[in-house]
Design a protein around this ligand. Structure first.
Ligand code: CP3
Length: 360
């Protein structure tokens, strides 16, 4: 990116009275080729941490998400152990959906009591007021920020992309290839669009409430985008993701998009208005840059590398760091931390990333 473009992007004024964007993570997210790659990990708050499991043993997943003190505590846990450059608020992509009148359980993945299969079910969904969607989340973000602002560590807010949310709502629970969902798109395109429209409105309110509460960046998780071909993505994902990102433009927060297993979609994804593209491990970052000139790349260590040895971690992290040169880079995994990841391997990764000087 040219320095003029960097200046223009960085000149975007924060729309609320947040700290100025001096945090390493935010500088990189706005497109700066920083001296060191900031580091955070998807699913950094979660089941590989014994202190998370201790809380989980006493509370259900929904209790943890809906109790601001617990959600803030869980968000902070990885920051106490590891020198990470951002926190992600502890919640789930399914969190806003009960506000539509949809009952969701976790076992451990989301299970929808009545999967959505008819037009009538879609028409019956409520349009909640913005304040009712997740008031507990706004409080959790406030508590988390209060602990981290002295360290100038920003909090990332997030939501699920409409097509990924619809994947769970229509299929009903996790599946390998989501065949029922992919058939539904073809059999009921009008009903699907009606559902995606409602999920888009909900997501915009949900993400805005997180920004108002102090989230300094927003990540849209499109975990299941990679299931689809170009035409399907273009029809059922692109317009809705674009609408969400457009609604968040000018609010002073960088917008991050993650699609998994979706390298075949990058030429289409390149049309999305976002500052950061998070990439999985399947292609090296230097091969992806050409699709996204002037954007920040986030990623892309294979999470399974953290199950290997410190030597392997050093080697593969260096490959990612090298491939990330030549533009702004936020170090992350290609997808979430795996449950059986040893804590000392995460600590080792953090050391390797922090010691890598991108200027030398
Ligand atoms: O540290 C963080 O990243 C914040 C927490 C976070 C959770 N879910 C907590 C969680 C985030 C960012 C999510 C997003 C999420 N949730 C996604 C997108 C990211 C991805 O992995 O693609 C998706 C698809 C979901 C849906 C979901 N929720 C699944 C598939 C599962 C089951 C198992 C799992 O962890 O993958 C959940 C439950 C869930 N969400 C747990 C956690 C910590 C596990 C609950 C438990 O402790 O048993």
């Amino acid at each position: 990116m040219s320095s003029t473009e960097t200046q223009i992007r960085q000149a975007t004024p924060p729309s609320s009275p947040h700290d100025s964007d001096t945090a390493l993570f935010l500088r990189a997210a706005w497109g700066q080729d920083t001296e060191r790659a900031p580091l955070w990990l998807m699913r950094q708050a979660g089941r590989y941490l014994p202190e998370y499991l201790a809380i989980k043993a006493k509370s259900s997943f929904w209790e943890m998400v809906r109790t601001p003190e617990l959600a803030a505590e869980v968000s902070l846990q990885p920051l106490r152990r590891f020198p990470l450059d951002a926190a992600i608020i502890f919640s789930d992509i399914m969190t806003p959906l009960p506000a539509l009148g949809i009952e969701i359980a976790f076992n451990p993945g989301p299970v929808v009591a009545n999967p959505i299969r008819t037009k009538a079910q879609i028409e019956a969904l409520r349009r909640p007021e913005a304040e009712e969607i997740a008031p507990f989340l706004a409080k959790a973000i406030g508590l988390t920020r209060a602990e981290l602002s002295a360290r100038n560590i920003p909090v990332i807010g997030f939501g699920g992309a409409p097509l990924t949310l619809a994947t769970y709502l229509i299929q009903g629970s996790g599946s390998k290839e989501y065949e029922d969902f992919r058939a539904f798109l073809r059999l009921e395109p009008a009903a699907t669009h009606a559902l995606l429209g409602k999920l888009t409105e909900l997501s915009i309110d949900y993400l805005k409430l997180q920004i108002e509460a102090g989230a300094r960046a927003i990540q849209l998780f499109d975990s299941w985008a990679g299931l689809h071909d170009w035409a399907t993505y273009r029809e059922f994902a692109l317009p809705y993701n674009r609408a969400i990102f457009q609604a968040l433009a000018g609010l002073g927060v960088p917008r991050i998009y993650l699609a998994v297993g979706a390298s075949h979609l990058y030429p289409v994804i390149a049309e999305l208005p976002c500052e950061v593209v998070s990439v999985d491990w399947r292609l090296p970052l230097n091969h992806i840059r050409s699709h996204f000139p002037n954007r920040t790349l986030q990623g892309n260590l294979d999470p399974s590398v953290l199950l290997a040895s410190p030597e392997v971690i050093t080697h593969e992290a260096h490959q990612v760091l090298q491939a990330g040169l030549g533009g702004a880079h936020i170090f992350n995994l290609g997808h979430g931390v795996i449950r059986t990841t040893p804590l000392e391997h995460v600590a080792h990764l953090a050391e390797v990333v922090r010691a890598f000087d991108r200027r030398s």
